[in-house]
Design a protein around this ligand. Structure first.
Ligand code: GUN
Length: 284
């Protein structure tokens, strides 16, 4: 059996962006340029980096983007007003509010204000509910990116045992739903799981979405497993590190995603995909 193959998210995301470039060209010829608004409240430095990446990727594929920066002291009402304005703006097909928000603003309140048809993050309760009940919806970008990585690498998902570590609304919960939809058997683990290793060692596909550096070591992985690392953690030197101890797990895994260059670029690619989808649907 092959071991330690790298899943090159950077290359796969570049391929998807190229496909989307043709899609935007076609939409523009039909008189609709896809438009994305990205709202950033405050000055979280990681968020600034992500938003820059999103705006740059939009330009590359021909999506119009607007970056809306609001100060840390912005009130929840001011942010809700901004969202309502974008909901009415016909040149904007997708609205993204970068998380986390400052403490005094409720992310649930804010996400619920976004028009579900412009909710390109797929975080609105209507879209989350549609995904959970098997209806068409915007798929959350990181889970969808993970699925694309598996599909485009030729990893069989149907019938396999996927173990997801982490139960966030952004990654853990929706990726478990998507994998079930693809006929995987899914185990969800989280911070209160007892005997975590006994579960992770059962995984044919292991998804680490915890947000803590190197929580998954070689002792947590079954030889031959496919390992997907969603972690974006900074070490003391500010260097990016995943949830998986890449060096020691790679020789065991059949396939593994690096950090950076694995899941991260896919999240952005699927955001562009959702924006094109929203623009396409706006003509209906
Ligand atoms: N913060 C971390 N990941 C995400 C994401 O996928 N979307 C948004 N809006 N904020 C995030």
């Amino acid at each position: 059996m092959e071991r330690g193959l790298l899943i090159d998210g950077k290359a796969i995301a570049a391929q998807i962006r190229q496909e989307l470039k043709s899609e935007t060209d076609r939409l523009i010829q039909n008189g609709v340029q896809p438009g994305l608004a990205v709202i950033l409240v405050g000055r979280d430095s990681a968020s600034e980096t992500y938003v820059r990446g999103k705006v740059r990727a939009c330009a590359e594929v021909g999506i119009h983007s607007e970056q809306i920066r609001m100060p840390e002291e912005t009130s929840e009402d001011e942010l809700l007003d901004q969202i309502r304005k974008l909901n009415r703006d016909s040149s904007i097909h997708g609205i993204l509010v970068q998380l986390p928000l400052p403490e005094h603003i409720s992310p649930n309140r804010v996400i619920s204000e976004i028009d579900p048809d412009k909710d390109v993050d797929g975080f609105h309760p209507i879209n989350a509910g549609r995904l959970a009940t098997g209806l068409d919806s915007f798929l959350p970008c990181t889970p969808h990116g993970i699925l694309q990585l598996l599909k485009r690498t030729g990893v069989q998902v149907a019938g396999k045992h996927a173990v997801v570590v982490g139960r966030s609304n952004i990654v853990g919960k929706p990726v478990s739903l998507l994998l079930q939809r693809e006929n995987a058997t899914v185990t969800m683990c989280h911070s209160r799981t007892e005997h975590l290793q006994a579960h992770t060692r059962q995984a044919d596909i292991l998804i680490a979405a915890v947000g803590k550096r190197h929580v998954i070591t070689k002792d947590d992985v079954k030889p031959g497993a496919v390992v997907i690392d969603v972690g974006m953690n900074r070490n003391e030197q500010g260097k990016l590190a995943g949830d998986v101890d890449f060096e020691e797990v790679r020789p065991l895994a059949s396939h593994i995603t690096p950090v950076p260059g694995g899941v991260g670029p896919m999240t952005i690619a699927m955001l562009l995909y959702n924006t094109c989808l929203a623009a396409e649907a706006s003509g209906d």
